[in-house]
Design a protein around this ligand. Structure first.
Ligand SMILES: C[S@@+](CC[C@H](N)C(=O)[O-])C[C@H]1O[C@@H](n2cnc3c(N)ncnc32)[C@H](O)[C@@H]1O
Length: 316
């Protein structure tokens, strides 16, 4: 399968990023370049996009699909956690907006052959960057039962984590667990029949947990959020689209803290920490895709967009 992905909430992204000619944007999750193309159309002839993806296949696809915008885009095969260094390499100081569209692309799920989905039998890899980090196979076969169970609770909110971890350890004493379907079968058998979820595959939460662990997704998001606002010009905007509650919670809390500024405990009547609000929240509630979009692209159904605008001050 060639590279495929349908970008979600494109109009909303362009709106919230306030895209207009001459501005500079970062797309930290370039994928197939769908959002980047929409941003580029809005910023040409003299605006810029800096595109980043940790998946080399996404980078290759975006280079091709965005060829006609070559003078206006710089593409980096890297992790968005390295954004400050990437901006230095791109000789850019502040930017007018940053987009993160988290989660996996349709290509990664269905065409990468890296075991992101239980819908097809593939090696258990799950690395977005196949040159970096431990595979899901290594995690499944090497972590202790307790570590596996904790991982499924923390990153999958899996109610049956203990039973699934026990079943994994029992199986791997006989044979190494190498493939997606082998793991999906173990998970299904470990959940008592009458408690198996009906609307989703029983392995959904386990696969989500493994993917998050393999790619260190939540830690990466936190590291990124720590410095993203410093890289925005005054009135610059940060938009994050998340696809599950763990990510959305991190984004929501971080945005709230930035908008509040003060970190003094609630019982102290006057602020002593001196921290000022740094952003204005643009989305009181997360923005969701409309029914028409979800019908056309079911992958959009769980997407939530949150956005903030940087208050005055200099970009670092
Ligand atoms: C949902 S897709 C983005 C699709 C893209 N917006 C488009 O229009 O095609 C998410 C992409 O983010 C990339 N990604 C996830 N975490 C990343 C990280 N920490 N650094 C860089 N890229 C990352 C994935 O490899 C994947 O290609």
């Amino acid at each position: 399968m060639g590279y495929r992905h349908i970008p979600v909430m494109v109009e909303e992204v362009i709106d919230y990023l306030h895209c207009s000619p001459g501005k500079t944007y970062v797309d930290g999750t370039l994928g197939g370049g769908g959002h980047a193309e929409a941003i580029l159309r809005a910023v040409v002839p003299d605006g810029w996009v800096i595109g980043i993806d940790r998946d080399p296949d996404a980078v290759a696809c975006a280079r091709e699909s965005l060829r006609k915008f070559k003078p206006n885009i710089k593409i980096f095969h890297d992790n968005f956690t390295h954004l400050p260094q990437i901006l230095s390499r791109a000789s850019t100081r502040g930017v007018d907006g940053i987009l993160l569209d988290l989660g996996v692309s349709l290509y990664q799920l269905g065409g990468s052959g890296r075991g992101f989905s239980f819908m097809r039998n593939e090696p258990l890899d799950m690395r977005m960057n196949p040159e970096d980090g431990k595979t899901a196979e290594a995690i499944v076969n090497e972590l202790s039962e307790k570590e596996l169970s904790d991982l499924m609770v923390r990153y999958g909110e899996e109610r049956w984590a203990g039973r699934i971890a026990r079943a994994i350890v029992r199986t791997r004493r006989q044979e190494r667990i190498r493939s997606t379907l082998q793991l999906a079968d173990i998970v299904k058998a470990a959940i008592p029949g009458k408690h198996r979820p009906r609307r989703i595959n029983p392995a959904t939460r386990t696969f989500q947990a493994l993917r998050i662990a393999v790619n260190e997704e939540l830690d990466g998001l936190k590291i990124f959020l720590e410095h993203a606002v410093d890289l925005l010009n005054p009135k610059g905007r940060l938009c994050v689209i998340s696809f599950h509650s763990l990510e959305d919670r991190i984004v929501k809390r971080h945005f709230k803290a930035l908008a509040l500024g003060c970190e003094c405990p609630a019982h102290i009547p006057v602020c002593v920490c001196g921290k000022k609000p740094r952003v204005r929240i643009l989305t009181k509630r997360p923005v969701r895709p409309g029914a028409v979009e979800v019908t056309a692209n079911p992958m959009a159904r769980s997407a939530k967009l949150r956005a903030v605008e940087r208050l005055g001050g200099e970009a670092l």
